[in-house]
Design a protein around this ligand. Structure first.
Ligand SMILES: *Cc1c(COP(=O)(O)O)cnc(C)c1O
Length: 768
């Protein structure tokens, strides 16, 4: 993008005059942020419109979540004007840094939503015609604070700073019909800028609104009670993101959201396709769709329905859908696989339900054994099965995960339709996750191998001969990043952490399967070891946690309370103050992640083997030169393949061992065999920590009592975890340790989202 400092400032002034009746001198942060953003938006119309009106075949990425994070820096970077804008602002006594207060667009929960965001950015950067379709939630993922160690949630008013990077497209509004109401869906389009290539794709987010303006007169007279309620409900559909990660909630409002977004998207796409004059049978020549997990799978019966109202037979419509749809599975956990009550769904969406039944009938007519293959059974609709039956491709998100899908979760489907199943290992965009968050390190790399790696991450391999040469720069930059993070933690968490400590980091959603408990128990284990003198040479370490718990997930909230109590104990004990610190960082989100992953010395990826489909946090740390302390799970397996198992710290039961152990597992034996583990675990019940609410007691029971104690083998893996963790803490700081970090950095290429979207484009979307 052509950039002229003077013209740019004049554009900013003009927006300030028109929109805020002020100038650069008198503008506040809010006005300046909006004016800078709008001034850029004015320049991108041509490139954006070229893509919007282009005739080429496209893929629609349907996702209930897009965890975009802060747009302004990423957009300026990709447009190649980050330094230019910064210089322009500096010339008038302003800077870009002040916009760090702008809200993150947190329209997603965690990995799945962040993946969608990375894929949109990478597709634009690789000139792949991928557009996102989702929901413009009024409130994104809640803001988290801790009060007395307990998680508190506040609404996320992400529009507080305005939304200058979106454009409302009233002319593309459509109506979405439910059995009990009809609402208007209005799209807001967000440009997705490719990295310095002039490509602009679109993220289209739908907002629900009443069909007519609310009729206050009739409401006051209480005449139109039914209609008034209808109008109130209309905006509710897109009010708030459900804060659950990896769990299905059977709420009808959630089903309304899902149908709302896919119906609006498909109506819009079909309407525009029809305008070209072609038969809808040819829709697959222009469009394909990627279903990001089961949340948008209701798109399948909806497109079947729409195509039949347009005159196609069921068989013709089915053929179109089979050619258009593809399905990504993100988890094997039973509690996350979506199932809907058939009666509830047929009440809300009778026309859609009819198509689901048609799919079940077709399945039987095709000769599939209904005891093995089913979409509707015992009045329950199995969304994953529907997706597999109709889609042309089904993909897992890491090799190990796809293998589990083929051999366990969907074994019968795989044996009947082997050609459908493919693996596409997840990836992350190296622009946001290295160029933007760690510019100093990026400059050092540029200096050695040039800038080709910005868009071809496997070129980082060229660093291999230079690793010793960049070692001292790497150490210096890591230390500077740790200083910055420590300063941020001081301000935001009120805890003093020395940048000379080892930064041992676990940041991700709070989930029992992710095993923050394993980490927490090891901290107590070390603490008591230092206290009783059995550990004498402990390297000073800061144990840093960040995680939101779903508000209704009791055990996850108990784990947060536990870790906060551990932090309170450790940080206030003068005996260990030069040895350890524990911090639970509040409100972990994309912007916090950017500060954390470049400042970490240890990346904790310690899920029970078989549970983490891929993980992408692991990739962010690796890209910033951090060793993984992890299990053989998800993409950790491929990280070891790429960078060498000997350059990471692997422990714990493998998938095969997990299956074998579970048959005879007795967690109490594990505890009895290890007095220091016992001491750590019993802090949950021995009065070490206040527990008026009985939360910690319940947490204790989940580990050693009840129907399936220690479901995720925390206690089973504990000894091996501590053994490997102690080795890592001993190795830290040595030449070999830092070389391991750099070998990881040099071999991270596979985990670029550029590679992932290129694989999708070749193997699934067939986009040139
Ligand atoms: C990357 C990311 C995640 C996913 O982390 P995992 O460790 O893969 O679970 C979740 N939340 C945020 C804010 C992220 O940036």
């Amino acid at each position: 993008m052509h950039f002229d400092q003077k013209n740019f400032l004049a554009d900013v002034e003009r927006v300030l005059h028109a929109e805020y009746a002020c100038d650069i001198k008198s503008a506040g942060k809010y006005e300046l942020y909006n004016a800078v953003s709008r001034a850029v938006m004015e320049e991108v119309f041509e490139d954006w419109n070229r893509e919007k009106t282009s005739e080429r075949r496209r893929c629609g990425y349907f996702s209930a979540e897009f965890l975009m994070g802060r747009a302004i820096y990423s957009n300026l970077l990709n447009l190649g004007i980050l330094d230019g804008v910064n210089a322009a602002l500096s010339s008038v006594g302003e800077d870009l840094k002040q916009f760090e207060e702008v809200e993150d667009a947190a329209l997603g929960n965690g990995g799945l939503g962040r993946l969608a965001a990375c894929y949109l950015e990478s597709a634009a950067s690789k000139n792949i015609a991928l557009d996102g379709y989702g929901i413009r939630y009024r409130y994104g993922l809640f803001r988290q604070t801790f009060v007395d160690g307990y998680q508190h949630e506040e609404g996320d008013d992400w529009l507080r700073w305005g939304d200058p990077w979106s454009v409302r497209i009233e002319r593309d509004a459509v109506l979405v019909k439910f059995a009990d109401q009809t609402v208007k869906a209005v799209p807001y389009d967000m440009p997705i800028f490719g990295y310095k290539n002039g490509v602009v794709n679109t993220l289209r987010l739908w907002q629900s609104e009443p069909v007519q303006a609310f009729d206050f007169a009739s409401f006051n007279e209480m005449k139109g009670e039914v209609k008034a309620t209808e109008n109130f409900n209309a905006t509710k559909i897109t009010d708030v993101l459900y804060p659950n990660d990896n769990t299905m909630v059977g709420k009808i409002l959630r089903l309304r959201q899902q149908y709302f977004m896919v119906s609006a998207s498909l109506q819009d796409i079909v309407r525009k396709f029809k305008a070209t004059g072609k038969s809808l049978k040819e829709l697959p020549e222009k469009w394909c769709f990627q279903l990001n997990d089961t949340h948008p799978v209701i798109a399948i019966p909806e497109l079947l329905r729409i195509l039949q109202t347009e005159g196609l037979t069921f068989d013709e419509a089915f053929e179109v859908c089979a050619a258009c749809f593809n399905f990504t599975n993100h988890t094997i956990m039973a509690e996350a696989l979506e199932k809907w009550d058939a009666l509830a769904l047929s009440d809300l969406l009778p026309g859609v339900y009819e198509q689901i039944l048609n799919c079940q009938r077709k399945l039987e007519a095709d000769g599939l054994d209904p005891n093995v293959f089913y979409i509707v059974r015992d009045n329950v609709i199995h969304m994953a099965n529907l997706a597999i039956f109709v889609s042309s491709h089904v993909n897992g998100v890491a090799e190990i995960h796809t293998n589990i899908l083929k051999t366990q979760t969907f074994r019968n489907w795989y044996e009947r339709f082997p050609e459908k199943f493919v693996n596409i290992t997840n990836g992350i965009t190296p622009r946001r996750w290295l160029l933007l968050n760690n510019p100093e390190l990026a400059r050092v790399i540029d200096g050695k191998i040039g800038t080709g790696w910005h868009t071809e991450l496997s070129e980082l391999k060229k660093l291999t001969p230079y690793l010793s040469e960049i070692l001292s720069d790497f150490k210096r930059i890591k230390h500077e990043n740790k200083e910055k993070l420590a300063a941020y933690i001081r301000t935001h968490e009120g805890v003093e952490v020395s940048p000379d400590f080892i930064f041992d980091v676990q940041v991700k959603r709070l989930h029992e399967y992710k095993r923050q408990m394993l980490n927490a128990l090891s901290v107590l284990y070390f603490y008591f070891g230092i206290k009783d003198g059995s550990i004498t040479d402990f390297p000073p370490t800061a144990f840093l946690f960040g995680a939101k718990a779903a508000p209704g997930y009791y055990m996850a909230k108990a784990i947060i309370k536990f870790i906060n109590e551990i932090a309170n104990l450790v940080n206030n004990d003068p005996d260990v103050h030069d040895k350890m610190k524990v911090v639970f960082m509040q409100n972990y989100n994309v912007s916090y992640a950017e500060k954390i992953v470049c400042a970490a010395d240890i990346s904790e990826q310690i899920s029970m083997a078989g549970m983490e489909a891929s993980g992408t946090g692991n990739m962010k740390f690796m890209l910033n030169g951090t060793v993984t302390l992890g299990t053989m799970d998800g993409a950790n397996v491929e990280i070891c393949e790429e960078a060498g198992r000997e350059n990471n710290y692997i422990f714990g039961a493998t998938v095969e061992e997990v299956a074998a152990v579970k048959k005879f597992y007795c967690p109490r034996e594990q505890v009895e065999g290890d007095p220091r583990l016992k001491r750590a675990l019993e802090t949950l019940i021995d009065g070490t920590f206040p527990d008026e609410a009985g939360m910690l007691k319940k947490l204790y029971e989940s580990m050693v009592g009840g129907y399936e104690p220690d479901r995720y083998l925390v206690l089973y893996d504990f000894a091996d975890y501590v053994r490997v963790k102690e080795q890592l803490l001993r190795d830290y700081g040595s030449e070999e340790y830092f070389m391991k970090c750099l070998v990881n950095l040099a071999n991270v290429g596979k985990f670029s989202a550029d590679r992932s979207v290129t694989d999708y484009a070749k193997l699934i979307w067939h986009l040139a």
